[in-house]
Design a protein around this ligand. Structure first.
Ligand code: GLC
Length: 797
C-alpha cells in the first residue's frame, strides 16, 4: 500500500495515495476501525473518499473524537482507551491499549486488482505479527481445538454433509479472532462479507494473514484486557442477542422423516407417557407439499392449526423448517410473487438463476434487499396464525446442489467448471447477481439476511411473542436474529467432543445461543454415545435431538429401558437448571457474554487452561467435564486456579479439590462430572414436563462458600415483554465469616414464599444471622429455608 496524502479531522484520520487509502476512526471507546483500501483501481474510487458502506454486522454508528499527532513518518492516533501508530507511506500500524502496551502489529497491507482473475478481480491482504506465545481464539464455527494457531480457514458458508473433524469451511462465517498473550486479550474483526481466508500462523509461523476477495479490508481492533472485555465490545459492536422465549431452552425433538401429523402426535405421546420433559418438536421438510416452502402437504398434515393446538395442550411447540429455495412452479404464489416483483437472484447472464435443492427446479429470493426481506417476513404471518412457535432456517448458505438450464435439464457437471466446483462448492456461482453485487461478495450474509427477514416478520406479525429462529448459516452479527446449530454432524465420539470447542468458539464470536445435534445427525449412535451426548447436551444452550432420514430412530426410548432412565435423568437435570440457563441467556442479551465459556475465563493467564477444550464453563461458576470416550468411567480434567467442589449430576456434593492442576474424576455411565467454583453458585428449580413461566415457584440456591460471590437470577413470564425481576446475590468470605447479600430489582411479584439455600464447603458452623429461619447442617451442607425477602446472611464458622 502506498500513501502520501493525509487529512486529519476531529473523528477521522485519512491517508491516501493514487491507488490506495486508509481511514482510521473510533466507533466506540476501546475500539478502532481501520478501513484499508490497498488497491482501489478495481472499484474506481475517487480520492480522497472511500465509497460509503452499509455494514451487515456492525450496529453502532457512533463517531468518537480522535487526536492525531504527526511525528516524522508516523501518525500517532489516540482515542478513548486506544492508541495507534500508523506508518505514513506503507499504512502499516501498531495497535496499543491505554496503558501503551502493544496489542497487535500489522506488518504488511497489500492488494491486487486483476481484471483477468477468473472468478473475481480483487484481493486485499493484511499480515499481522504473531508473537510466539500468542494464542488465537474465536473464528466463529470452526473445527479444531480452542487455540486455532497453526490452522488455516476459509470464510465461505458451505453445506457439507458429512463433515469431519478437519472439514473447513462449514456453514457460518465470522471473521473475528481474539489474540491472547500473557493473559491480555485483544480482538480483530474483519468486516468483509466477501469470500475470505485466514492463515493463523500456519504457512508462516510468525504471521497471521487475512485475505479478502474484495477490494478492501475493513477491520475493527478491539481492546481487552480481559477475554470477556473483548467479547463484550465485539457484541456491543455487532449487536446483542435478544432474550429467547423460555420454551426454546427446553428439550427439543426433531427428525428428518416425521412424515405424518400422526408421527408428530406419536412423538409427543411417547415423551409424555414416559414422563420425559419436552418443549419443542420440529417439522422437517417432510411436512411440505412437494418441497414447496410455505405450504403444508394436506394429505399428511390436514389440519396444521389443529395440530399446533393439540401439541400446545401437551405443552409442546412446533417449529417447522423454512428453506430459501423456492420451487419454480407456475401458479405457486411465492414463486409468482417473487418473479413478478423481481425479487430473485439472477445468473451472470441476467436471467433468473435456476437451481436444484429439495425443490427442483428452484429459485432463490435475493434476501440482501430490504424489500425482499419484508416480503419474506410477511410470509411468516399465516404460519404464526396457525400457531407455529418458531422457525427453523436451513440450507441458507444457500445450498444449491446443481444449476438447471432454461430447458429444464440439469447442466453438465452440475453447471460449473471443475475449478468453480472446487471453490464455490454446492452453492450459487460467484458471478450470480444480487442487484449490482455479485454472489461472491454477499454469499456469506445470505443466510443471515434470511433470518433477519424472519425475525422482523415475527416482530411484525406476532409482536407479543419473542421470536425464535434457528439457523444453519450466518455471518458476524447473526446473534441478533437467531440461534445456531452446527449442522450435519455424525454420531461419532469425536463429534461429541468437537461440539465443545465449536460451541465455545461460536460463543466467543458473539453467538451465545447454540447447540449441536444430539446424538449426531448421521450414523448409528450406540446407546452409550446417545447417553453421553444427552448428558452433555443438557448444558448446550439449545438442546435438540435430531437425526437424518435413513438413520435409525434415536429418540430417548429407542435404546432400551436402562438408557431411557439415564436420558430421563439428564433431561430432568436440564429442567432443574433452567433458572440458571435462562439467567445466563439474559446476561448474554445484556453483555454478550456466552453461556458456554472456555476455562480460560477464570484466569486468562493460566497457560494450561487454553488446552482444555474437552471441558467448559457453564456461566461463570459451573465447570462441565463430560465423559467423551466409549467405555470410560473416569476422566482427567484440568481445574483452573481456585477451589472446586465436585458435584456430580448437580446432586450430592463430594470433596473440594484444589485447582491449577489436573485431577481424575469418576464418571460412571449415570454420572456427569461437574464442579462448582468456590464463590460460585447456581439456581435450580424442580424438573417439569415442560416449561411454563420463568417466574419460578420453586427455587434452590446452591452456593459453594468462598470469596467473591456474584450470582444473578433473572425472572419474567418466560415470553413476551412484560415485567421482570432480577435478584443478585453477592458475598464473600473472610476469617471465619461467610456472608451473602441479596438485592432485588424489578416489579414482577414472586409466586414463592420460601427458597432453599444450600451452602457447601463450610466446616464447623457456629452461628447464622440474618433475616432467616434457622438452618440445619445435613451431611456437611448448610440448609437454610428462607423467606424470599431476606437481604443479608452471615455464617460464622
Ligand atoms: C439438512 C439439515 C438437516 C435436515 C435436512 C433435511 O441436511 O442440516 O438438519 O434434517 O437438511 O431437511
Amino acid at each position: 500500500m502506498r500513501l502520501h496524502e493525509s487529512a486529519i479531522e476531529p473523528t477521522r484520520l485519512h491517508l491516501w495515495g493514487t491507488r490506495a487509502a486508509l481511514e482510521v476512526r473510533c466507533p466506540m471507546p476501546g475500539v478502532l476501525r481501520l478501513r484499508h483500501a490497498p488497491s482501489s483501481a478495481g472499484v474506481g474510487f475517487l480520492h480522497p473518499q472511500l465509497t460509503p458502506k452499509q455494514s451487515w454486522a456492525v450496529v453502532t454508528d457512533e463517531e468518537q473524537p480522535i487526536q492525531v499527532r504527526r511525528e516524522g513518518d508516523t501518525f500517532h492516533v489516540t482515542a478513548e482507551g486506544v492508541a495507534l501508530e500508523v506508518a505514513r507511506t506503507s499504512g502499516t500500524w501498531s495497535f496499543r491499549d491505554a496503558t501503551g502496551r502493544v496489542l497487535a502489529r500489522c506488518e504488511a497491507v497489500s492488494g491486487e486488482y486483476a481484471p483477468n482473475m477468473p472468478l473475481n478481480h480483487s484481493r486485499a491482504r493484511l499480515a499481522l505479527h504473531a508473537p510466539e506465545d500468542e494464542a488465537y481464539l474465536g473464528f466463529g464455527e470452526k473445527v479444531g481445538p480452542l487455540n486455532k494457531r497453526g490452522q488455516r480457514f476459509k470464510f465461505w458458508n458451505t453445506d457439507v454433509m458429512p463433515h469431519h473433524p478437519d472439514t473447513d469451511p462449514l456453514y457460518i462465517s465470522i471473521p473475528f479472532s481474539i489474540g491472547l498473550r500473557e493473559g491480555i486479550a485483544w480482538g480483530f474483526f474483519m468486516d468483509e462479507t466477501w469470500r475470505s481466508e485466514v492463515d493463523v500462523a500456519y504457512t508462516d509461523a510468525e504471521r497471521v494473514q487475512w485475505e479478502s476477495w474484495g477490494p478492501e479490508l475493513d477491520v475493527y481492533l478491539i481492546t481487552g484486557p480481559h477475554l470477556a472485555d473483548v467479547v463484550r465490545r465485539y457484541v456491543a459492536l455487532t449487536g446483542r442477542p435478544p432474550l429467547p422465549p423460555l420454551w426454546s431452552l427446553g428439550a427439543q425433538q426433531s427428525r428428518w422423516g416425521y412424515e405424518h401429523a400422526d408421527d408428530i402426535r406419536g412423538v409427543i405421546q411417547a415423551y409424555r407417557s414416559r414422563g420425559l420433559p419436552l418443549d419443542v418438536v420440529y417439522l422437517d421438510i417432510d411436512y411440505l407439499e412437494g418441497y414447496k416452502v410455505w405450504t403444508w402437504d394436506r394429505s399428511r398434515f390436514p389440519d396444521p392449526q389443529g395440530l399446533t393446538r393439540e401439541a400446545a395442550s401437551a405443552g409442546v411447540r412446533l417449529v417447522p423448517i423454512i428453506n430459501p429455495n423456492v420451487k419454480a412452479e407456475p401458479g405457486y404464489a411465492p414463486y409468482e410473487e417473487a418473479k413478478e416483483q423481481d425479487f430473485l437472484v439472477r445468473a451472470d447472464s441476467g436471467d433468473v438463476l435456476v437451481g436444484e435443492v429439495w425443490a427442483r427446479p428452484a429459485v432463490f429470493p435475493d434476501f440482501t434487499r430490504e424489500e425482499v426481506q419484508r416480503w419474506w417476513g410477511d410470509w411468516h404471518k399465516e404460519f404464526l396464525e396457525q400457531g407455529i412457535a418458531g422457525i427453523w432456517n436451513d440450507m441458507n448458505e444457500p445450498a444449491c446442489f446443481s444449476l438447471i438450464e432454461a430447458t429444464g435439464s440439469v447442466m453438465a457437471t452440475g453447471g460449473r467448471s471443475e475449478e468453480a466446483k472446487r471453490t464455490e462448492g454446492k452453492t450459487l456461482p460467484f458471478a450470480a447477481r444480487h442487484g449490482r453485487q455479485r454472489h461472491v461478495e454477499v454469499h456469506n450474509v445470505y443466510g443471515m439476511a434470511m433470518t433477519k427477514a424472519g425475525y422482523e416478520g415475527f416482530r411484525k406479525h406476532a409482536p407479543q411473542r419473542r421470536p425464535f429462529l434457528l439457523t444453519r448459516a450466518g455471518y458476524a452479527g447473526m446473534q441478533r436474529y437467531a440461534a445456531a446449530w452446527t449442522g450435519d454432524n455424525s454420531s461419532h465420539w469425536e463429534h461429541l467432543e468437537l461440539s465443545m470447542p465449536m460451541l465455545v468458539g461460536l460463543g466467543l464470536s458473539g453467538v451465545a445461543f447454540t447447540g449441536a445435534d444430539i446424538p449426531g445427525f448421521i450414523g448409528q449412535p450406540s446407546a452409550e454415545l446417545f447417553t453421553r451426548w444427552t448428558q452433555l447436551g443438557t448444558f448446550y444452550p439449545l438442546m435438540r435431538n435430531h437425526a437424518a432420514k435413513p438413520m435409525p430412530m434415536q429418540e430417548p426410548w429407542r435404546f432400551g429401558d436402562r438408557y431411557l432412565q439415564l436420558a430421563k435423568a439428564a433431561l430432568e437435570r436440564r429442567y432443574r437448571l433452567l433458572p440458571t440457563l435462562y439467567s445466563l441467556m439474559h446476561e448474554a442479551s445484556e453483555s454478550g457474554l456466552p453461556v458456554l465459556r472456555p476455562l480460560l475465563m477464570v484466569d486468562p493467564t493460566d497457560p494450561e487452561a487454553i488446552h482444555a477444550f474437552d471441558a467448559f464453563l457453564f456461566g461463570r461458576d459451573l465447570l462441565v467435564s463430560p465423559i467423551t470416550k466409549p467405555g470410560h468411567t473416569k476422566r482427567m480434567v484440568y481445574l483452573p486456579r481456585g477451589q472446586w467442589l465436585e458435584w456430580p449430576n448437580l446432586d450430592k456434593p463430594r470433596a473440594v479439590r484444589e485447582g491449577g492442576q489436573h485431577v481424575i474424576v469418576d464418571g460412571p455411565l449415570d454420572t456427569v462430572p461437574l464442579w462448582l467454583r468456590a464463590g460460585g453458585g447456581v439456581a435450580l428449580t424442580r424438573p417439569a414436563a415442560h416449561t411454563t413461566t420463568a417466574n419460578w415457584d420453586y427455587l434452590e440456591w446452591h452456593i459453594h462458600a468462598g470469596p467473591d460471590v456474584r450470582l444473578s437470577l433473572y425472572e419474567d413470564a418466560g415470553d413476551g415483554y412484560g415485567e421482570s425481576r432480577l435478584t443478585t446475590i453477592t458475598g464473600g468470605m473472610d476469617r471465619g465469616r461467610f456472608w451473602l447479600e441479596r438485592r432485588v430489582q424489578g416489579n414482577l411479584a414472586t409466586p414463592r414464599e420460601k427458597e432453599t439455600l444450600r451452602i457447601y464447603g463450610l466446616k464447623g458452623v457456629r452461628a447464622i444471622t440474618g433475616a432467616l429461619e434457622l438452618g440445619s447442617l445435613v451431611d456437611g451442607v448448610l440448609e437454610v429455608p428462607m423467606s424470599v425477602k431476606w437481604d443479608r446472611l452471615v455464617v460464622s464458622f
